[in-house]
Design a protein around this ligand. Structure first.
Ligand code: GBH
Length: 506
C-alpha cells in the first residue's frame, strides 16, 4: 500500500513536471528556407465547413431554432454587416454541388458539422427526432462516399438548440446528458459509414466569446466564472460521448473519436526577458492546455489551477472560479481522444503584466499583441506567421507526448474586392503547409492529415459575410449562391495531388 502510494505520487509529480515545463521552442535557422519534400504515403488532405456557416434552410423541414438563429435575429444585430445564416451558402439544397467542388480539388475527406436542432428540434430525444434532418445528412454522407470522399463529422460547431440555450446552455450541467443522447443518435444513424468523429470544435471560442466576451451566441458579457463552467461541462460532455463511442460503437463500427482544440502560437514579446518567456508558455497553456491537459492527463494545467485559485482567493471568493473534477471524472477524461484535432491560424506576442481583472484574460497576467510587420488579412486578429505553426506543432509534440494530430482547420481571410486572384491565400497555404512539412520531416511530429478552412466563403460569425475564408468564391447576390474556384483552389489541388512539395525539376 505504502509503496503503491509513493509510486503513484512520484508518477503524478513526474507527469506534471513534464507537462508543465513544456520548454519554449528556440528560433530555428531554417525558418526562411522553403523545404522541398513530400508527406508520408498515409497522409490525408481535406476541407472543413460548419453547419451554421453554410447550410441555410434555417426553418426548413422541421428544423428547430438554435442559439445562432436567435443571436443573429436579435435587434440591434450583433453581426458586423447585420447579416444572418438564414440562407448562407444554401448548402441545405446544394450539397451535391459542394461534393463536386471537393472532388475537383482531389480532397480525401470532408469535415462538416451536424446542426443539432436540425435532427433534434428541441435538443432532446423525448422532444422528437426530425427524420428530414437525418435524411439531409444521410444524403450528404452517401454522396461523399459515392465520390470516394471520406466523411468526418463534428458533432458540435457552436449551434445549440435554442430550447437548451433557454435552460442555460453550456453552463447548466444537465447538458452533459443531452449531449450524450445526441451523440448516441448520430453514432447510431451515421456510424455505419462515418469513421471519424470530432465531439467539439474550439470550445474556447464558444465558451469565452459566447459566455464571457459576448461577441458570439448567446452573447453573455463580462462574466468571470461562466467560461470556466462552460468548458467544465464541455469536457464532461466530451468524456461521456467519447466513452460511449469507445465502449458501445467502436467494437462494431471501428471508427475513431477525438476533439478539436484551437490555439495560436505565443512568442515572448521580449525573448531576453524570462518573465515574457514564461508568460508566453502560460498563454499557450491557458489556451490549448485548458482543454488538452484534461483530455491527456485528467485535469487542468497546474499553472491554471495555481493562478485562478490564487486570484479567486484574493477576490474574496469561497470557491475557485476554476471548477474541480472528481476522481471519477478525471478517469473518464484521461485518454479520451484517439487523435488531437488542431485548428491554427496565427501567432501572438506575449508580455508579462500583472492584472486584476477577473476572468480568463486577466487570470493569465499577460498582454498579447501582434508584430505590425507580420502580413495582415481581412480579419483583425489574423496575421501571417508561418513559423508559428511549426512551433506550436513541436510544443504539442513535447507537451503531450507526440500524440496523433489531425490539423482540422487552417486558413486565411480576404474580402470580396480580392475576387478570384487570391494570391495572399496561395502564399499563406504554401508557407503554412511547408512549415507543417518541416514539423513532420525534421521534428518528427505525428501529423496525419491537413484540413483547409474553408471549402467556400461562408458566414464568418460575428463578422458576417465581410470576411472570406473560402477557396471558392460565393456570390451572395445570386439566388444560386454561385461558387467559383479561386486561384488557391488550384494551388491546393496541386499540393494535395503531389502530397506536398516534391523537389523542383533540376
Ligand atoms: C475558426 O475560428 C472556426 O472554427 C471557424 O468556424 C471560423 O470560421 C474560422 O476559424 C475563421 O475564424 O474579432 O471578436 O469577432 C477561429 C477562431 C474565432 C478567431 C472568432 C477570431 C473572432 C473574434 N476565431 N474570433 S472577434
Amino acid at each position: 500500500m505504502r509503496s503503491f502510494l509513493v509510486r503513484t505520487v512520484l508518477v503524478v509529480i513526474l507527469a506534471s513536471a513534464h507537462l508543465s515545463s513544456g520548454k519554449s521552442v528556440p528560433k530555428a535557422d531554417d525558418d526562411d528556407e522553403f523545404l522541398y519534400g513530400v508527406f508520408p504515403d498515409d497522409f490525408r488532405w481535406g476541407f472543413a465547413t460548419a453547419s451554421y456557416q453554410i447550410e441555410g434552410g434555417w426553418a426548413e423541414d422541421g428544423k428547430g431554432p438554435n442559439n445562432w438563429d436567435n443571436f443573429t435575429h436579435s435587434v440591434p444585430s450583433p453581426i458586423a454587416d447585420g447579416s444572418t445564416g438564414d440562407i448562407a451558402c444554401d448548402s441545405y439544397h446544394k450539397y451535391k454541388e459542394d461534393v463536386q467542388l471537393l472532388k475537383n480539388i482531389g480532397a480525401d475527406y470532408y469535415r462538416f458539422s451536424v446542426s443539432w436542432s436540425r435532427v433534434l428540434p428541441d435538443g432532446t430525444i423525448p422532444g422528437g427526432i426530425n427524420q428530414a434532418g437525418l435524411q439531409y445528412y444521410n444524403n450528404l454522407i452517401d454522396e461523399l462516399i459515392a465520390n470516394n470522399i471520406e466523411p468526418m463529422i463534428t458533432l458540435y460547431h457552436w449551434d445549440l438548440p435554442q430550447a437548451l440555450q433557454d435552460k442555460g446552455g453550456w453552463v447548466n450541467e444537465a447538458i452533459v446528458q443531452d449531449f450524450q443522447a445526441y451523440a448516441a443518435l448520430l453514432y447510431t444513424s451515421f456510424g455505419d459509414r462515418v469513421k471519424k468523429w470530432i465531439t467539439f470544435n474550439e470550445a474556447y471560442v464558444f465558451c469565452q466569446q459566447g459566455y464571457g466576451d459576448g461577441v458570439h451566441a448567446p452573447g453573455y458579457k463580462l462574466t468571470a466564472t461562466e467560461p470556466y463552467k462552460c468548458i467544465h461541462n464541455v469536457l464532461k460532455s466530451h468524456a461521456l460521448a467519447y466513452r460511449l463511442y469507445q465502449n458501445q460503437f467502436k467494437p462494431i463500427q471501428n471508427g475513431t473519436c477525438g476533439i478539436t482544440i484551437d490555439s495560436g502560437w505565443y512568442e515572448p514579446k521580449d525573448p531576453n526577458n524570462p518573465a515574457d518567456v514564461e508568460a508566453a508558455l502560460r498563454a499557450v497553456t491557458f489556451k490549448h492546455g485548458w482543454l488538452a491537459f484534461p483530455v491527456y492527463t485528467g485535469d487542468y494545467p497546474p499553472v491554471m489551477r495555481q493562478f485562478i485559485d490564487r486570484k479567486s482567493e484574493q477576490e474574496g471568493r469561497e470557491e475557485s472560479r476554476l471548477p474541480v473534477f472528481t476522481e471519477e471524472w478525471k478517469q473518464l477524461l484521461k485518454g479520451s481522444s484517439d487523435f488531437l484535432g488542431l485548428n491554427h491560424y496565427t501567432t501572438e506576442l506575449v508580455e508579462s503584466v500583472s492584472r486584476a481583472d477577473p476572468g480568463w484574460h486577466g487570470d493569465q497576467d499577460t498582454q498579447t499583441s501582434q508584430d505590425p510587420s507580420w502580413p495582415e488579412s481581412a480579419s483583425s486578429w489574423l496575421r501571417v506567421v508561418p513559423f508559428g505553426f511549426r512551433r506550436l506543432l513541436v510544443w504539442i509534440k513535447e507537451t503531450y507526448g507526440n500524440p496523433l494530430v489531425y490539423v482540422t482547420e487552417n486558413g486565411f481571410s480576404d474580402d470580396h474586392s480580392v475576387g478570384l486572384n487570391d494570391d495572399k491565400r496561395v502564399d499563406y497555404y504554401r508557407s503554412y503547409i511547408n512549415n507543417m512539412l518541416k514539423a513532420v520531416l525534421k521534428d518528427g511530429c505525428n501529423i496525419k492529415s491537413y484540413t483547409a478552412w474553408s471549402l467556400m466563403d461562408n458566414f464568418e460569425w460575428a463578422r458576417g459575410y465581410a470576411e472570406r475564408f473560402g477557396v471558392h468564391f460565393v456570390d451572395y447576390d445570386s439566388p444560386e449562391r454561385t461558387r467559383t474556384p479561386k486561384k488557391s483552389a488550384g494551388e491546393l489541388a496541386k499540393i494535395f495531388a503531389e502530397n506536398g512539395f516534391p523537389a523542383p525539376p533540376q
